[in-house]
Design a protein around this ligand. Sequence first.
Ligand SMILES: [Zn+2]
Ligand SMILES: [Zn+2]
Length: 372
Amino acid sequence: MLAVVKSAPVDGPEGTSVSDCPVPKPGPDEVLIRVAAAAVCGTDKHIYHWDPSIRDKVTPPRIYGHEFCGFVEELGSRAQRTYEGHLEIGDYVSAEMHVVCGECPRCRSGNGHICDRTRIYGLHEDGAFAEFVKVPAANVVKLGRYVPLRVGAFLDALGNAVHATSVCDMAGKSVAITGFGPIGAMAAAIAEHSGATTVIVTDVSDHALETARRWAASHNFANLHAFNVRTMAAEEVKREVDAVTDGDGVDIVLEMSGAPSAINLALDIVRMGGMLSLLGLPAGHSVTINDYTRNVIFKGVTMQGIIGRRMYGTWQRMLALLKSGLNVEWIVQAAYDSLNDFHEGVARFDRHEALKVVFFPEGEKAANQRLK
Ligand SMILES: [Zn+2]
Ligand SMILES: [Zn+2]
């Protein structure tokens, strides 16, 4: 089968090859899935460029890719499930690619998403930029026809956005999203779909803000306010946010950028007793908080770190949102009918020309024909 392999510990095309690999053989508790569509994520970009942040997690040669959907091709001898529907050959599925230990205190208290023994398929084990991928049967999630293949391709990332937006009920609330990359875009769509009255978006790129405005216009959503935090001073942004939130500040901030300035802006614009859902990773790991006394303690804010997806509450909520009409297909802005175009696809993702780039290993048309 054709697969995208991190073949050598170097940056760029020299370190990633699209090559012929053996089809994986599922173990007794595993399922082999024919990949219909797989999406590029920021993590894949780090692997492609061999960034220091992932070097201790990936040992070449490794097939990467962890956002995908596909069709059940083969079941291991013990892989059949008795609950949540039988798995049949040909079933349309995705999978949670964080495989947790199931034994530690976190796992045993229903908090497997913060299991520190998590193994990630597509980093620690072979992943989904391939014609076939094998995953533990327990991690397989069945999908319905209401999930277009282009969306099935990035449920892992959409799950991050759903998890970040699950910290409180957004109906009737004002929501600010700092960073309009792919997950920020998904979060904006979820906020609008969930009944947020006002959505405020900040980014450093006019292109990203323009995308946000186009999305709002296409959904007839009049209450989007988009601010460029590169060209506007933080105090100016705060004044604008106050103006659109009756002088009160924003109810919820979804921090998607990891930029220290954005994290401080988030604390500045959130209202007294507001909520911050923090997903962005700062490049330098550490962040200095300005006026911690006033903006954190005296404000009485709640801050929630977001990692991965709750297993499997986030998946259930995500599928419910999609079933009720959440539209995120527009986030796929580049699609390729072969893994051979991988280098070009990553380059477009790198240049921020597409929020999401999706690959269809056997072509989009052929994959759609397999949908039952
Ligand atoms: Zn990802
Ligand atoms: Zn665990």
